[in-house]
Design a protein around this ligand. Structure first.
Ligand code: SAM
Length: 383
């Protein structure tokens, strides 16, 4: 293992175009530990599959420090894919790996990703459902003798993760923690008998719709309480020519708006591939497939200026594991660019977050439409 090369890659890594700030990092100790552990398991010239690489630390670190013949990588976030590409160009490693999109038949992680891989590197996701979806895909598609190295920060790991992996692998061995990170080594895939469980379909009776969710989708098959509060204003929302569900998650807002405004063109968009696949399946499940276009993008970067007259938004307040207002502000800035003059942003947020001054500054006149003990709903009109 070429340690100096790994250090060089990590030192040069940037999060851009994701939010950058002094307290937000492009890699963590788990990335380093995973590459070091891969060095112990990888025969020279073997192939590597990478799942959940945030900004390229795993993919580029492995290419620089290990003797791999090829790397295939799947990333959920649009900004993570762009960051990997930019970091690869900066490191002179562009074209040395293959980014793999969703598999055939609606599966998020298809056979190609794991073909001939002798080691699979995984940054453990936060939710057990997301881990289940990934573990199912590895157990389904990876070669018999492949080793899954799943790493995380000890403080974010739970025994539930071992249990999920044990359902899909004959052996799961936790390694000793190092620098507050730990790797679980899983071997012996148990080939799943039936089709994958994802996307899961749930009825949301109070709305009369079916919600489809992949493991990583926000709120799973449930209606988020902030979303519920925003939807209580549905009959007051304007008739838009083009309405956008920004940060669509499972696509509940897009489905509800499309159903109640039959003449509107509706676009649902999210930075997460799991959200995009979930929203697509939600539209299909509710007979709205022809009405809702679903777009994978980072904060509408590919949308034309002034191209929407209504945007619905339940913004995130997390960036990875840290709470950071930058994620919501980035969405407001995007809404300001994409709304036509006179267009409206309807948003819901935790009342203590006090986003109103930012909405006034970035979008325009902002009215509080409702407030309950937890949430505030506002309408901002693009100046
Ligand atoms: C609080 S959830 C709301 C999901 C859904 N609209 C609902 O109400 O159930 C926020 C969503 O915004 C997405 N998101 C966060 N940052 C984004 C960005 N820069 N561009 C697009 N989507 C983003 C997240 O992936 C997540 O699905």
């Amino acid at each position: 293992m070429r340690e100096a090369e790994l250090e060089g890659i990590l030192a040069g890594l940037r999060r851009f175009p994701d939010v950058e700030a002094p307290n937000l990092f492009a890699h963590d100790a788990t990335d380093r530990l995973l590459v070091e552990t891969a060095a112990e398991h990888l025969a020279p010239g073997a192939r590597l599959a990478v799942v959940g690489d945030r900004y390229g630390a795993l993919t580029l670190g492995a290419l620089a420090a290990l003797d791999v013949s090829g790397v295939r990588v799947a990333q959920d976030l649009y900004s993570g894919r762009s960051a990997l590409q930019r970091n690869a160009e900066a490191a002179g490693l562009a074209g040395r790996f293959e980014s793999v999109g969703p598999g055939e038949g609606g599966g998020l992680y298809g056979a190609r990703l794991f073909e001939d891989a002798s080691v699979v590197l995984l940054q453990l996701p936060r939710s057990l459902a997301e881990l289940e979806e990934i573990a199912d895909a590895v157990a389904r598609h990876a070669p018999d003798d492949a080793v899954l190295l799943a790493g995380g920060r000890v403080k974010h790991m739970s025994l539930g993760m071992n249990s999920v992996l044990e359902r899909f692998f004959e052996s799961v061995q936790p390694q000793l923690a190092e620098r507050k990170s730990r790797v679980l080594v899983a071997r012996g895939p148990k080939r799943p008998a039936g089709p994958p469980r994802f996307p899961v379909l749930d009825e949301v009776a109070e709305l009369g719709i079916t919600v489809a969710s992949h493991g990583a989708a926000f709120s799973g098959g449930k209606l988020d309480i902030g979303t519920r509060f925003l939807l209580s204003f549905l009959d007051r929302m304007p008739d838009a020519r083009h309405a956008v569900d920004l940060g669509c998650g499972t696509g509940i807002l897009a489905a509800m708006y499309a159903r109640s405004h039959p003449r509107a063109r509706v676009t649902a968009t999210d930075q997460s591939a799991a959200a995009v696949a979930s929203s697509t399946a939600t539209a299909v499940a509710n007979g709205l497939a022809g009405r809702i276009a679903v777009v994978h993008d980072d904060a509408m970067s590919g949308f034309g200026e002034g191209s929407a007259d209504l945007i619905l938004l339940n913004p995130p307040f997390h960036l990875g594991a840290s709470v950071h207002a930058g994620a919501a502000l980035k969405m407001f800035e995007a809404a300001a660019r994409v709304l036509a003059p006179g267009g409206e942003l309807w948003t819901v947020y935790n009342s203590h977050l006090q986003y109103r001054p930012a909405l006034e500054r970035l979008i325009g006149a902002t009215t509080e439409l409702g407030r309950n003990p937890k949430f505030t709903v506002t309408r901002s009109i693009k100046a």
